[in-house]
Design a protein around this ligand. Sequence first.
Ligand code: FMN
Length: 337
Amino acid sequence: MSTAKPGFSPWRFCVAPMMQYTDRHFRYLARIMSVHARLYTEMVACGALLHGDSDRFLKHADFELPVALQIGGSDPHELARAAILGQQAGFCEINLNVGCPSARVNAGQFGASLMANPNLVADCVSAMHAVVDVPVTVKTRIGIDNHDSYTELATFVETIAAAGASVIIVHARKAWLEGLSPRENREIPPLRYDIVRQLKWDFPHLTIVINGGIESIEQASQHVDTVDGVMLGRASYLTPYVLSTVDRDIFGSTKQRLNRFEIFQRYMEYAQREIESGTYLRHLAKPLHYLFHGQPGARQWRRHLSEHCTASSAGIEALATALRWVERAVTPEPMAI
Ligand SMILES: Cc1cc2nc3c(=O)[nH]c(=O)nc-3n(C[C@H](O)[C@H](O)[C@H](O)COP(=O)(O)O)c2cc1C
């Protein structure tokens, strides 16, 4: 099992929960690249976990750990039951989604809309905290709609921290619950890193993780000077190879960084086992789409994966043959020791 590097916060570098992306295959790929990054599942709705195919939502390989299970919901009793399932399944953290602005999510009274009700979030946190040993954490925004003053945010943080959330992950944008799509809510409201830093200043005993608009490991390493950790979302699936520098540049590891081909080979071994146990190739191919981003042949590589790996009958050789498009991709510069 991967562990946090001694001396560093376990949240020092996190890969964000992203629906449709951070499934167990993506996480496996991420873990090949970084031993120390903390990974998150896609958000799982509490009801789906309790009343749906929970095995599917909870499935993961030990190799992926440490992984946090992110849950969406607002019923304290149900969340407590879901948290127990998550802990029993082996997740190292239960994270409550208080940041997603999608209308679908708000109709179910969860996600960012909960920021308007700090006491309810506190009840949810405390119900989960009471029944699991792993940390219960919250991922949130800096505000919603017109509830966007620093005082309101600080009250929110204080209230949920008192209920047992010692780690707060903050997407440094407010969310507009009406009028902006989830995608626009990730782009239009301005980034306010200063507000997240202020939180760390005002709540030094809490672990504060900053998220939003961080595009490179270089930027991430600047943030960890001012807060406890950073969380990378889109950059980790659009340019996944950046994760291969996390252990070196964020955790000071001197271990040799893998090149894209080595990463691919290791992932292929995993994919082979998964195919044998009935996983469709298209699910396994998806995390690989951007592995060669920026390299010669990257577009053809992506097209090959889209065209040859989607049929239910597609076999592992369809992945192997994609490599011919990127033969000229460069290996990384040798690591300075
Ligand atoms: C495709 C996609 C799916 C997302 N799904 C979730 C989710 O399930 N739970 C969550 O808390 N945030 C979700 N987010 C938001 C991200 O976790 C992150 O907060 C946001 O993208 C900002 O970080 P970034 O600028 O590094 O991408 C999602 C974002 C994207 C792009």
